[in-house]
Write a protein that binds this ligand. Structure first.
Ligand code: DCP
Ligand code: MG
Length: 596
């Protein structure tokens, strides 16, 4: 992805605000007229008031009664009046332009952020195993501002500077062509210097934003694992690591800034040399009488004023280079491939029944060259059946249900929901029909009510309480100071592991989906509470297809179907009794649990 591509993409965002940009540009150009006109009244004061030269004809012709302008004081007041008028108007104009620009640029950043977040929500879990949250955070909260800089530091300043330089050149060349050409000869010299600096500036800023991203990523990871760091007493180890990241970022920052600073200072030096040349030439012309003092004054005035637009042009170019590097970080994500893609002809599940079939599914988390985690898995579950997946840790149980919710796509084979390949079902529709309780329950930093109703925001309070009762969560929730309105702190740290699990179960109970998946939902609760939850489960799951993963085999005895997974393969299927009769893997596991 190159710089031009980044600009093309950014301009697509800007084009939404074309008319506003045009308005700002027009106002900016009017502002330029004031800017260019600023030194002119002083020329009148010097040449026509103080030195007594007559006014130029085009001005004196404006007055029918010449006695007014023949009075020097009147002329002085008029010139000063014009100066004040210009000052006042440029003040008002810059305020208006600034407000319009900032407002528009802020909208642009907002647009880009929203798209970025929407994309993040579409990207599959394999993306998140490759990209660090902290780095993504940096891209979304920092790097998206490129679009702001594009408008506020590049497009508008470059445009007004160019026009301003054009206007100055016109007036200067009217006074003295040669001097004007000398003044403007800085422009090609600056271009050559820029050509020399462009690549190093791009390279060093790229490194700067990359190291900044890994710094944020490290910081985010440490902050969210502070408990483990403290528990293991590894503060100084983490401190060293942070220092290393901070140093890398700091060094990259210094190098990048040193390069752009050198570039900026070289531009200042070059314009400085040009000024010195001009002052010499101009003064010499003044001495031999070719230039009036007023003209010389205008010339010198423009010369200092020339710095402004020339500097904002060079800054704009420097900013453009930095934007290329930062914008790439944004569009790398916005353009990254959605591994779990929605088929354009995908359908909605209209009348879900909840029949699930795995057909020769092979899957792994890496690429197809690595070893698969699931090998040739096939089974069928009828609507309303309870199916239990059992097997040793790492056998692949969680992987199977992750495929069913389409967090990942299988390498080979297919998964069918009511006879339709889930790859042909809209992601939203598929997930709407599957309720999930994950092995590691996730609790949002919101109130308990919001957490339980997360999958069914329209649920009534009575339904929420009923689900909580079923999940054996009602009692402990009622004892909390604010009951159902209690706000859970970040990462749910104010709840115990078992309490979090019960809230996650209540959430799944409340979501009216025909397929319910429970991945070790009760691993952190005591056996009495567990048996109560399973009693409620049979009430809440009436008519639903239930996938149950549990290491405590006593909880799955009544399943309609038990599937034993070993090293990613289905090794046996049947009911509790038939598998005991077969006396193979399941029977072995069950007997072991019963003896101990
Ligand atoms: N695996 C992986 N990348 C992931 C998740 C898992 O490489 N993001 C690997 C680790 C295991 C294998 O896949 O070797 C199967 O993992 P599962 O989580 O599917 O295993 P189980 O759910 O059966 O294990 P447990 O009972 O411990 O939950
Ligand atoms: Mg698991």
């Amino acid at each position: 992805m190159n710089q031009l591509y980044v600009f093309k993409r950014l301009l697509q965002y800007v084009s939404k605000y074309k008319s506003k940009l045009l308005l700002i540009a027009v106002l900016g150009l009017i502002g330029v007229v004031f800017e260019v006109a600023k030194p002119l009244p002083i020329k009148f004061v010097i040449d026509n008031v103080l030195s007594g030269h007559p006014l130029p004809h085009f001005l004196s012709n404006l007055f029918s009664d010449t006695s007014f302008i023949e009075n020097k004081k009147n002329l002085l007041y008029a010139s000063v009046g014009i100066m004040l008028f210009i000052a006042l108007f440029s003040f008002v104009f810059s305020l208006v332009i600034f407000n319009l620009t900032v407002g528009m640029a802020q909208r642009l950043v907002f647009d880009l952020m929203i798209d970025f977040f929407a994309k993040l929500q579409r990207l599959s879990l394999s993306f998140y195993s490759k990209n660090k949250v902290g780095d993504l955070l940096q891209r979304m909260s920092g790097d998206v501002f490129v679009v702001y800089f594009l408008v506020a530091q590049i497009i508008l300043p470059a445009l007004t500077s160019l026009v301003c330089l054009g206007g100055m050149f016109y007036i200067m060349s009217r006074i003295d062509l040669l001097l004007a050409v000398v003044a403007f000869s800085v422009v090609p010299v600056l271009a050559i210097v820029l050509g020399f600096f462009a690549k190093p500036m791009n390279d060093t800023t790229t490194v700067q934003y990359k190291t900044q991203g890994s710094f944020s990523a490290f910081l985010q990871q440490s902050l969210s694992s502070m408990k483990i760091i403290q528990a293991f007493g590894r503060e100084s180890f983490m401190h060293q690591k942070l220092k290393k990241h901070a140093e890398e970022f700091g060094n990259a920052f210094i190098v990048a800034n040193r390069v752009s600073m050198t570039y900026n200072q070289m531009s200042v030096l070059i314009t400085g040399i040009a000024s010195a040349t001009l002052v010499t030439l101009g003064a010499l012309r003044g001495l031999n009488g070719t230039l009036s003092v007023g003209d010389l004054f205008i010339f010198l005035g423009y010369l200092t004023a020339l710095f402004g637009p020339v500097n904002s042009l060079t800054t704009a170019i420097g900013a453009a280079i930095a934007i290329g590097a930062r914008g790439k970080r944004v569009f790398d994500i916005l353009d990254s491939e959605e591994v779990v893609k929605e088929n354009p002809h995908a359908i909605d599940i209209k009348y879900p029944k909840g029949e699930i079939e795995f057909r020769n599914v092979t899957f792994g988390y890496g690429n197809a060259l690595q070893l698969p985690v699931l090998k040739n898995i096939s089974f069928k579950v009828l609507p309303g059946q309870v199916v239990a997946l059992v097997g040793a840790t790492g056998a692949g149980k969680t992987s199977i249900i992750s495929l069913l919710s389409r967090f990942y796509d299988p390498w080979k084979g297919s998964i069918l929901f009511d006879g339709v390949d889930i790859a042909d079902i809209k992601l939203h529709s598929l997930r709407e029909n599957v309720s999930l309780v994950l092995q590691e329950p996730f609790i949002f930093p919101m109130t308990i009510v919001e957490n339980i109703a997360f999958g069914n925001p329209e649920a009534s309070f009575e339904d929420i309480v009923e689900a909580a009762k079923g999940a054996q969560a009602h009692d402990f929730i009622s004892k909390l100071p604010n009951g159902y309105e209690t706000l859970i702190s970040e990462q749910g740290s104010s709840l115990s592991g078992g309490e979090k699990q019960r809230i996650a179960i209540a959430r799944a109970f409340l979501k009216k989906a025909p397929v319910l998946i429970l991945d070790e939902p009760t691993s952190a609760v005591d056996s009495l509470t567990e048996s109560k939850i399973f009693e409620a489960l049979s009430h809440f799951s009436k008519g639903k297809t239930v996938f149950l993963i549990s290491h405590r085999l006593s909880t799955i005895k009544h399943a309609d179907q038990i599937i034993t997974i070993k090293e990613g393969q289905v090794v046996e299927r049947g009911t509790h009794q038939s598998l005991l009769d077969e006396n193979k893997v399941y029977a072995g596991l069950y007997k072991y649990q019963h003896i101990t």
